[in-house]
Design a protein around this ligand. Sequence first.
Ligand code: 6GU
Length: 225
Amino acid sequence: MKIDILTIFPEMFKPFISESIVGRAVKENLVEINIHNIRDYSKDPHKKVDDYGYGGGKGMVLMPQPIFDAVDDLKTDDSIVILMTPQGEKYSQKKAYDLKDKKHLILICGHYEGFDERIRTLADAELSIGDYVLTGGELASMVITDSIVRLIPGVIKEESHLNESFNDGLLDYPVYTKPVSFRGMDVPEVLLSGHHANIDKYRYEESLKRTKARRPDLLEGENYE
Ligand code: 6GU
């Protein structure tokens, strides 16, 4: 899997691609992540990437030329081009699973007040990470990259995915580590029992209880008992 990210703020990505689990996946060649400065593709003598919008009103608008040239340069028959915008389809764990099997993603980070409408014609999909507005698509592209990279085989232990929130439509069950008793709060007996059937039952019930209390929307149309 290769992910190319087009941005006017490449520095924002440095710790993201060198630290933590994403950084390790990059070092182990489980994923290739390249950050491209849109400015490097500008044919303007001053390397301009944005200008005033026609018709007035809005502020600076990303120009089509640098982004079209970047996509022309990077795109192959295996590429999926994704535009990051709050107007896009809402991102979800299901989408992460769809994208993890693609060979090559090109993520375009929108910025400032917007991007020239013609840039939309480059995109196979437009994605938003939620109903709020960010100053740019950079954080959104990192959210999406992180959620995909952790699903690539070998990046984290397979069993970590089995019972994780959203996979079975339920939120995660509570987990505990040492000590058994901490400031008057005890680890539930059943987890210490070694009785696996009872532990599975406890965890399923806790997942269901938690989902009902916190995210009843996830249960709509489902038949959990
Ligand atoms: Cl993809 N971009 C911006 N600028 N804001 C967002 C977003 C994307 N997703 C949610 N808010």
